[in-house]
Design a protein around this ligand. Structure first.
Ligand SMILES: NC(=O)c1ccc[n+]([C@@H]2O[C@H](COP(=O)([O-])OP(=O)(O)OC[C@H]3O[C@@H](n4cnc5c(N)ncnc54)[C@H](OP(=O)(O)O)[C@@H]3O)[C@@H](O)[C@H]2O)c1
Length: 361
């Protein structure tokens, strides 16, 4: 028998689900045992269910092609043969909330891409390099759910990953006001250009719900545990505008920061490039060796050259310079479906396995 942990992917046929399939192909710790999606796909082989909606560059892995897709709502059936689930379903928030709790209550840990549980007070929202200690809240959540092994952990929105790592690296200089404008890829909406031809040569200055997430979620990441719940930080105050741009992969953020302290440019760059966390310490399989790179060239970071830095799990920062109104400004870039979605969730699952929260059933 394989010693790898068996995982079910909920929403396996979607954009993030497909990324999960590719990342987990030959993963050293995890193997895809079950794929689940809507009743439209249930009963078909994975290959049939995906049909011409396969969006990855490489073909569907052989090990997954012929798995028969289960219905996400068949909680008992899906959870029966797996050690944990990775969730990327597109249902209503209330439905996702309910179903992810149902999975946790079958003693199946859930690591989710969805926003439904991001503000449930005892559910940790984790960027493994920044707040791995929030996993401590899981014990309180298990008490509420009445479970021994089952719990929910989530990863934050893709938009925040191009500036939040820099703010974390600069914590000792006390950033207290941040303005960020994000330029977000169309894959963030689960689409490519064939499915969204209106985006060719176009910009749309609205992404539903995105600005609220971009402003609030970093504060929860920077929060602390008190009385069994995560208490969000009140600083820095963040204001954002989120804009959809004609790019397939990669979210860029033009960011302005005010600090209470007065760091030099050299100090800021030094903190970025030396920023490392628990994933690097534990040598997690998906962890980038260097989480943040700093690029000196005036025309970097750019999508074409930098979005796959560290296999899409690293963050690229450039154009750090003094500002006339704020203290400093910079441009950040991260891959939205790798670091920002499936890759971030897999790294989170690796952290939870390394810390003993996810085990073989
Ligand atoms: N794309 C990104 O970069 C990104 C980043 C962060 C978070 N997210 C979040 O991740 C989730 C998935 O995003 P996505 O872009 O992968 O979406 P997507 O491409 O639209 O895929 C949605 C998946 O959910 C399934 N689904 C849809 N309706 C369902 C239902 N009623 N019952 C059960 N399954 C259902 C679909 O199955 P069928 O194929 O059978 O319809 C498909 O597998 C969303 O909550 C999204 O907000 C996405």
């Amino acid at each position: 028998m394989s010693e790898k942990l068996r995982v079910a992917i909920l929403g396996a046929t979607g954009m993030v689900g497909q990324r999960f399939i590719m990342i987990l192909n030959n993963h050293p710790w995890f193997e895809v045992a079950t794929v689940a999606a809507s009743p439209r796909s249930a009963g078909k082989t994975y290959e049939e269910a995906v049909g011409d909606h396969w969006k990855m560059d490489d073909p569907i892995p052989e090990a997954v092609k012929n798995l028969v897709v289960k219905d996400v709502t068949d909680v008992k059936g899906v959870s029966a043969d797996v050690d944990f689930v990775l969730s990327a379903v597109n249902m209503s928030k209330d439905e996702i909330k309910k179903i992810e709790e149902e999975y946790a209550k079958t003693e199946t840990p859930v690591v989710s891409n969805n926003s439904a549980h991001r503000w449930t007070p005892d559910v940790p929202m984790i960027i493994p390099e920044i707040n791995p200690g929030h996993t401590d809240v899981i014990e309180f959540q298990k008490k509420r759910l009445g479970t021994q092994k089952g719990f929910i952990a989530v990863k934050p929105n893709c938009s925040i990953q191009s500036y939040t790592p820099a703010l974390a690296a600069w914590k000792e200089y006390e950033p207290y006001e941040v303005v960020a404008t994000t330029y977000q890829a169309i894959s963030g909406a689960g689409k490519n250009f064939n499915e969204w031809p209106e985006m060719v040569g176009n910009i749309i200055p609205f992404i539903s719900g995105e600005e609220e997430k971009s402003e609030q979620e970093p504060l929860r990441i920077f929060g602390h545990i008190e009385n069994g719940v995560i208490v969000p930080s009140t600083s820095p105050v963040i204001t954002t505008q989120c804009i959809r741009v004609p790019v397939l992969y990669g979210h860029t953020a033009a960011t302005f920061v005010r600090f209470k302290k007065d760091p030099t440019k050299e100090e800021l760059i030094e903190k970025l490039v030396n920023f490392a966390g628990k994933p690097q310490e534990l040598g997690l399989p998906s962890a980038p060796k260097q989480f943040i790179q700093y690029l000196e060239e005036d025309d970097r970071p750019q999508i074409a050259k930098d979005v796959y830095y560290e296999g899409g799990m690293g963050v690229s920062i450039g154009r750090l310079r003094k500002d006339t109104l704020y203290d400093w400004k910079f441009v950040g870039l991260s891959h939205n479906t790798l670091r920002g979605a499936a890759g971030g969730a897999v790294e989170c699952a690796e952290l939870l396995k390394a810390l003993g929260y996810i085990q073989a059933k």
